[in-house]
Design a protein around this ligand. Structure first.
Ligand code: SF4
Ligand SMILES: [Zn+2]
Length: 142
């Protein structure tokens, strides 16, 4: 499973928790990115502390790598998740439909491209409105 794809359809490559982890690891695309000092690093969907996540449990029950491949998709649980207060959740259904249509690898490529700064091409985060590397204003993309 790619570290950038959550079972629920989130693209983790644009998440501040993943970027915090990758800064610690010295991943080049993450090292210059801004993260809050108290941000906790993400250890991924398969981390011990995520074992009670409803999407991890449900996908394991269904034997699926993503909600996109579940015969019950789109179920009530994922639809409620989409409608929660965090704006980055609002794209999970469109992400999951795209994963189902195009496959995981293609979706990951598209997302990596989508989350690049339009001016300098560096990686950016979900809620970022200014590129931390070149200073370009970035329109909100969620
Ligand atoms: S039932 Fe819903 S939450 Fe569970 S794996 Fe299927 S789509 Fe995901
Ligand atoms: Zn830039």
């Amino acid at each position: 499973m790619s570290r950038y794809m959550a079972y629920c359809g989130l693209y983790c490559g644009a998440c501040c928790s993943m970027i915090t982890k990758e800064k610690q690891e010295g991943v080049p695309s993450a090292t210059a990115m801004h993260t809050e000092a108290d941000e906790q690093p993400c250890m991924g969907c398969d981390a011990e502390y995520q074992k009670d996540c409803e999407f991890v449990l449900c996908n394991k029950t269904h034997g699926t790598e993503s909600c996109a491949f579940c015969p019950e998709f789109p179920c009530e649980m994922i639809t409620k998740f989409k409608d929660e207060v965090w704006e980055h959740h609002q794209v999970v259904l469109q992400n999951l439909f795209r994963i189902r249509e195009a496959g995981i690898e293609k979706w990951l490529e598209e997302q990596a491209e989508y989350w690049k700064c339009p001016a300098c091409g560096c990686r950016t985060q979900w809620y970022q409105t200014t590129c931390t590397q070149c200073g370009e204003k970035i329109e909100r993309r969620i």
